[in-house]
Design a protein around this ligand. Structure first.
Ligand SMILES: [Cu+2]
Length: 298
């Protein structure tokens, strides 16, 4: 009986990261598998037809990108919110042949970013490689709703690649809240994170320095005990608010090697005007913290 497993295949393409500071990707999306993942009536781009229309647009705009890999997600047939869900991700070439060698980057073979499509939730997890293109990980989807999974990996000898997969967690979806709060300061237990983008508005298509200023919340002093996390000073994932999300909405920025005490800095660029959410992760006292911010890009 085949019904206990469902799958969605997404083809992705890759693009060079200039100076390793940001990545821009586009993808031709081809969805197959159980359509129940794509039948959310409130989601105006959810039909197969619309996916294809959207992807063609991308292909035309960035004709020099080459689609070389795809990731196929398999989930148990019955999935529910707020419980462990075993995910299997098979990475293949476009002919469906498993890709079996991957290069480690940022200390892992695959980084998996899981967000609810309204960008309200964020998870950064590391699937375990089982060989023959197969990765496994246990994920937890906190609420019903549509989720996007960005898997970030490097087929051996190739560039960093991002594949997008989607999962629908059944149940009644929470009412939308006014999610976009544009405060520039976030307090996480004992740590205060301030985002500085300078006085000017963030311009799309231009290099921008994002400076995260990290202070002890108790005494407001710069913290001096930032520890490397996955081999870097900090990790920043940026997603453009969009429906549906695509691989081109995903930016993974790499921290500058050297910054002053209590500072974590990234140089990146936002490809399009719009509303973006940033999740900056860093480690202190052996604990990883995530500070999230919304920004507007003009
Ligand atoms: Cu990671």
């Amino acid at each position: 009986m085949k019904r206990f497993l469902t799958g969605i295949i997404v083809l992705t393409s890759l693009l060079i990261a200039p100076g390793c500071s940001s990545l821009t990707k586009s993808g031709e999306t081809q969805v197959s598998g159980n359509e129940s993942h794509h039948t959310d009536a409130s989601h105006n781009m959810s039909s197969d037809h619309d996916h294809q229309g959207h992807s063609m647009e991308h292909t035309n705009h960035e004709a020099n990108t080459k689609i070389t890999t795809q990731a196929k997600l398999t989930t148990p047939k019955n999935i529910a919110p707020n419980q462990s869900v075993n995910l299997v991700i098979n990475v293949q070439d476009t002919a469906g042949k498993s890709i079996d060698k991957f290069d480690t980057f940022q200390e892992k073979l695959m980084h998996l970013i899981v967000v609810r499509d309204d960008l309200a939730t964020y998870d950064h997890i590391h699937p375990t490689y089982k060989g023959n293109g197969r990765f496994e990980v246990s994920a937890n989807f906190s609420t019903p709703g549509d989720y996007s999974l960005f898997s970030d990996y490097k087929p051996s000898g190739q560039k960093e690649t991002v594949s997008l997969m989607q999962v629908k967690i059944p149940g009644s979806v929470p009412l939308p809240k006014n999610l976009e709060k544009f405060e520039k300061t976030k307090v996480l237990s004992n740590t205060k994170v301030n985002l500085n983008v300078g006085n000017k508005k963030i311009q799309s298509g231009q290099e921008v320095t994002l400076n995260f200023d990290i202070k002890d919340a108790a005494n407001n002093q710069p913290i001096k005990d930032i520890q490397p996390y996955l081999g870097e000073r900090g990790h920043l994932v940026i997603l453009k608010s969009a429906s549906p999300l695509t691989v081109s909405d995903y930016i993974h920025a790499h921290a500058l090697k050297k910054s002053a005490d209590g500072q974590i800095e990234f140089i990146t660029s936002f490809p399009q005007p719009g509303t973006y959410k940033l999740w900056m992760q860093f480690q202190r006292n052996g604990k990883v913290d995530t500070a999230d911010f919304w920004v507007n890009v003009v």
